[in-house]
Design a protein around this ligand. Structure first.
Ligand code: ZN
Ligand code: ZN
Length: 445
């Protein structure tokens, strides 16, 4: 093999240019209107429903997820980012919110406060998945949980309604809710047996993963996306026929509550969700017509047994989560308008832009900016540009309403010129009266 190394040609030292880690994205200024819109919707709805904020740490003991999400779940088996600390602890970057919030509920004695506790969290989640549209390795989840009290179907319906409400609020048209019940400890073993028998009869069609987990966890087979397994799912026995009386009544009531508030849904007797802790209600919400392409926009279910698996008492609970970046992808694809009505120009028509003329004026302009902002008046600038013309050009580009012009003369006279950029009319105003004058003009326009 010829060698690339030629001793006469010195290799040029190259400086590495860094890229973000695969599957992890920057939130950019152009994303901001979407974030604001979504966070606003979540805040409004959470507040209206009496949900309070909780924010567990990003790192938890990895075992917390093994015990709750399940050793066999994709989250634990393939997707969890784990690390060993210098002290020898085995930790995981949270691959979902629910186990950490359940742990926090126990640890902080929230079970002794009024029940149920209604909690909301919004923060980063980490999953080592194959990156694709609407699926990143770091993403942000909106999480809603109702913990404690009794296993009341009303709360299942409330959580579903809240996610439906958030989607509707951010103008995603006709979100479709899919529902199923996966029973409890009484009826699930019976169903599992039937499911195992069904799959055993078709074992040759199954993928290797499914063959392996058939005995341990046949429910997971309903979640498999391999073509052979998907095909088998069609005729698999339905859980809804096998529910015990208590589970059947619970599910019926969930549907009645949803009917009551006119939230449309469809039943999917093979919907399972890939996590071990769910019992009874499981749900997924999709954007109409984007089901295959982008996946569920919100999903969750009831998890009455989770607390027991981490050393607590049986604690009825129901919750769900939604990925912010995925919502943004749908909003972009569907061209959902964000921001103030009338778009950028209308929003900025009320804005103030400070312009300086001369080096001395620049220092003074800087302090004027500061004092106006302290009084709650938003002011933008291009102070690093020297010429008046260049600065005004930026203001024009941004569609600004008023320019404040500060030159030598104004400094000596303790004034500033306000120019209305919509008509070019300008007048000098004393600096003492400026904040008041600006507030007046901004509210009038
Ligand atoms: Zn499979
Ligand atoms: Zn049951």
């Amino acid at each position: 093999m010829p060698s690339n190394e030629n001793p006469k040609v010195k290799k040029k030292e190259t400086t590495r240019t860094f890229q973000s880690v695969k599957g992890m994205h920057d939130v950019l200024p152009s994303d901001e209107p979407y974030w604001e819109r979504i966070e606003g919707a979540v805040r409004t709805i959470a507040k209206a429903h009496g949900f309070a904020r909780i924010e567990p740490p990003v790192l938890e003991f990895a075992e917390l997820y093994n015990k709750t999400s399940g050793e066999e779940s994709d989250v634990v088996q393939k997707e969890m980012y784990t690390l060993k600390t210098k002290g020898g602890d085995f930790l995981a970057l949270r691959p979902e919110y629910t186990p950490g919030i359940a742990r926090a509920y126990m640890q902080n004695g929230l079970s002794r406060a009024a029940q149920p506790q209604k909690l909301v969290a919004v923060g980063p989640i980490f999953r080592h998945e194959r990156p694709q549209l609407g699926r990143a390795r770091q993403f942000t989840q909106i999480d809603l949980e109702v913990l404690g009290g009794v296993s009341d179907p009303m709360y299942d319906a409330e959580v579903i309604a809240m996610f439906h409400g958030i989607l509707t609020d951010i103008k995603i048209k006709n979100p479709t809710v899919k529902l199923n019940s996966i029973g409890d400890r009484v009826c699930r073993p019976v169903y599992k047996k039937q499911l195992t028998a069904y799959y055993k009869a078709h074992e040759s069609q199954l993928c290797e993963d499914c063959k392996r987990r058939l005995d341990a966890n046949p429910l997971r087979l309903l979640d498999c996306k391999e073509p052979g397994c998907e095909e088998l799912k069609e005729n698999a026995p339905s859980f809804l026929d096998k529910l015990c009386v208590a589970c059947s009544n619970h599910f019926k009531e969930v549907l009645e509550y949803l009917d009551e508030i006119k939230i449309p849904y469809s039943l999917d007797p093979h919907l399972v969700r890939g996590l071990d802790y769910y019992s009874r209600t499981v749900f997924e919400i999709y954007a109409e017509g984007a089901e295959e392409e982008i996946g569920a926009l919100a999903a969750g279910g009831r998890y009455d047994y989770l607390m027991e698996t981490i050393g607590g008492h049986v604690t009825p609970a129901v919750g769900g989560a939604s990925g912010v970046e995925r919502l943004i992808a749908v909003m972009r694809a569907k061209e959902v308008p964000v921001g103030v009505a009338g778009g950028k120009a209308a929003a900025n028509a009320k804005k103030v832009f400070l312009v300086h003329a001369g080096e001395l004026a620049k220092k003074k302009a800087f302090s004027l900016l500061h004092s106006l902002r302290e009084k709650g008046i938003a002011v933008s600038e291009a102070l690093s540009k020297e010429s008046l013309k260049a600065q005004l050009k930026v203001a024009d580009k941004e569609g600004i309403g008023f320019a404040l012009i500060l030159g030598q003369k104004e400094i000596y006279e303790n004034t500033v010129i306000i120019r209305d950029l919509s008509n070019g009319v300008q007048e000098a105003v004393s600096l003492d009266k400026l904040p008041e004058e600006l507030k007046r003009r901004l509210s009038a326009k």
